[in-house]
Design a protein around this ligand. Structure first.
Ligand SMILES: Nc1ncnc2c1ncn2[C@@H]1O[C@H](COP(=O)(O)OP(=O)(O)OP(=O)(O)O)[C@@H](O)[C@H]1O
Ligand SMILES: O=C([O-])CC(=O)C(=O)O
Ligand SMILES: [Ca+2]
Ligand SMILES: [Mn+2]
Length: 570
């Protein structure tokens, strides 16, 4: 059978579909049949076996047999390689500009949505579909997004690799047998051709990678990258379009809930601690990366977690460590040839090593992954300049200022000697996934925080005692104590003082954290260097915010004015 009717929406056809190869006692291939409704194309070159919603065990067998670089690690995870691309390719992400999207979407400066036309999309789509049709087998996953049962989205992922199928099996919500039988037509489909490139001579293409979204067709095409995060984050972009249309806010955040029912959101750019800090032994995990906030409360979009593994330690992150077992996908890690023990310190393939596992691999995950309205909204920044306080309490205007700024400063590779931290500003802590203008999401967040009385916090999970090179990263144990004090409410009761340039309210004490580190100035031996670095960072914030000064948030101008005043003064 084949995919991808280029003219029409999916038709009802009942081609023979091979669900999985089974072996009888004599080792002879037996085939089981299943017939999902999948469209047929004129571009079909031959019939392809569709491996439909295989189980992890079946996908392991496939990966180990046919996919180079696949191994079982000592704890039973499937180690895989994503090839040349070990991270997302944001400069290759395109969205079709048409009647549906031209007025609705965020285009132009700062927007992640590079435009393409319908014709080019169809060329890339045909290319992906033709490639998939040429393979002996393709994988199809039919799954769900969003634990909010009224706003569930049905997704279909067509891919070339067992690795991709297992990744999505883990990351999306897994249907029950009955749900799968009644799945019907998907709301959104991804055609992932993996390593097969786009043609650089095709209009709009600037490399051999292209990740293309067509909102009206409800389709995404991936060419020239095997990095599995493109599928996860591609669907997240789709949710950033669909959910706001239903007055639901989509969030690049982790989320957990305490025993007394208090919900916390953790916003932050990649590597700032969403997964690490939302995975908390004392609380129930709702999700680590993508959520919705509706009139009913919060819901996780996904069915799994995607944790960074670089320098992962059993002692500091036991729950994540233990989740890396049979069924988990481990990307681009190095391991011993014989013992298959993973060396998490090894960056030889990439610094962005990852584990993808179903959320129920975390023992205190809350299933279904939904909760009431958040009480705390925690903005995480990994400040490699070392001048932001480890924790500050924010008023609503400051929360909006920092949410729209979306600051972090990580240090990339450490191999080529000490490098200057580079500031990254990414609106709503996830500009790469936004479909509408950032102020739309910010206005929704402000309204929800106001209605439900949530408190905003800024937590620096980055450097203390100096910038990268002289200071060091704040101990995870201290950050956890800070987060504990936010959850328990004890941090609301302590005394605060206001910092000069950023006007941040910093507490005088936090249980379990040395008080002198709470004001970063105390931790720098060179006070001039501290002041200089602080002013430098303030300048970067101001520059970045200039593009947003002309936008209004909410109905009246009050919050906009307060927000503009809530940034650094220098
Ligand atoms: N003080 C700290 N607070 C939080 N994380 C820390 C701290 N010190 C070191 N780390 C490390 O920083 C990394 C945080 O990565 P994490 O996976 O939580 O990022 P993330 O925000 O979920 O990013 P992404 O959106 O890319 O998944 C982990 O490797 C963690 O061990
Ligand atoms: O999308 C990815 O590849 C990883 C991730 O969570 C992020 O970058 O926010
Ligand atoms: Ca994460
Ligand atoms: Mn993320």
């Amino acid at each position: 059978m084949a995919f991808g009717d280029t003219e029409t929406q999916p038709q009802t056809q009942t081609p023979e579909v091979v669900q999985a190869k089974k072996h009888d006692q004599n080792g002879v291939d037996k085939v089981s049949h299943f017939t999902p409704t999948i469209c047929v194309s004129d571009s079909a070159l031959k019939f392809t076996n569709v491996l439909y919603n295989l189980t992890p065990a079946e996908l392991y067998e496939h990966a180990l047999k046919y996919e180079e670089g696949s191994f079982i690690t000592s704890t039973g995870a499937l180690a895989t390689r994503s090839g040349a691309k070990t991270g997302r390719s944001p400069r290759d992400k395109r969205v079709v500009k048409d009647a549906t999207t031209q007025d609705d979407l965020w285009w132009g400066k700062g927007s992640p949505n590079l435009e393409m036309d319908e014709q080019t999309f169809m060329i890339n789509r045909e290319r992906a579909v033709d490639y998939l049709n040429c393979l002996d087998t393709v994988f199809v996953n039919d799954q769900f997004l969003n634990w909010d049962s009224e706003n569930k989205i049905k997704v279909r992922i067509v891919s070339a690799r067992a690795y991709h199928s297992l990744f999505m099996h883990n990351m999306c919500i897994r249907p029950t047998k009955e749900e799968l039988e009644n799945f019907g037509t998907p709301d959104f489909t991804i055609y992932n051709a993996g390593k097969f490139p786009c043609n650089r001579y095709t209009h709009y293409m600037t490399s051999s990678t292209s990740v293309d979204l067509h909102v009206a067709r409800k389709e995404m095409v991936i060419l020239g990258t095997m990095y599995a995060g493109e599928m996860k984050k591609g669907l997240f972009s789709v949710m950033h379009y669909l959910m706001p249309k239903r007055q639901i806010l989509s969030l690049h955040s982790g989320c957990n809930i305490g025993k007394s029912g208090d919900v916390a959101l953790f916003f932050g750019l990649s590597g700032t601690g969403k997964t690490t800090l939302s995975t908390d032994h004392n609380r129930y995990l709702i999700g680590d990366d993508e959520h919705c906030w509706s009139d009913k409360g919060v819901s996780n979009i996904e069915g799994g977690c995607y944790a960074k593994c670089i320098d992962l330690s059993r002692e500091k992150e036991p729950d994540i460590w233990n989740a890396i077992k049979f069924g988990a996908v481990l990307e681009n890690v190095a391991f011993d040839d014989h013992t298959r023990l993973v060396n998490y310190a090894d960056k030889s393939v990439t610094e962005n090593t990852r584990a993808a596992y179903p959320i129920e691999f975390i023992p205190n995950a809350l299933i279904p992954c939904v909760g009431p309205h958040p009480k705390n909204v925690i903005l995480l920044a990994c400040d490699a300049f070392g001048v932001l306080p480890p924790v500050s309490k924010l008023n609503l205007a400051q929360t909006m200022y920092h949410f729209i700024s979306g600051y972090t400063a990580l240090v990339a590779g450490t191999e080529d000697g000490i490098k200057e931290p580079t500031a990254t500003f990414s609106a709503c802590f996830g500009a790469a996934f936004l479909m509408l203008h950032p102020t739309k999401y910010a206005a929704m967040l402000a309204e929800k925080m106001q209605i439900h009385g949530a408190t905003g916090w800024l937590v620096n999970t980055g450097w203390s005692g100096g910038s990268y090179g002289s200071g060091s990263r704040i101990k995870l144990a201290y950050t956890r104590k800070i987060i504990d004090a936010i959850h328990s409410g004890s941090l609301l009761k302590t005394e605060y003082k206001k910092t000069k340039v950023f006007g941040l309210e910093i507490p005088s004490e936090v249980e379990g954290v040395p008080s002198e580190i709470l004001d970063p100035v105390n931790t720098w031996s060179d006070k001039n260097a501290y002041n200089g670095t602080l002013m430098k960072l303030a300048g970067l914030f101001k520059n970045n915010f200039e593009t947003f000064t002309n936008y209004k948030i909410g109905e009246d101008n009050k919050l906009t004015e307060e927000m503009l005043a809530a940034g650094p003064h220098c």
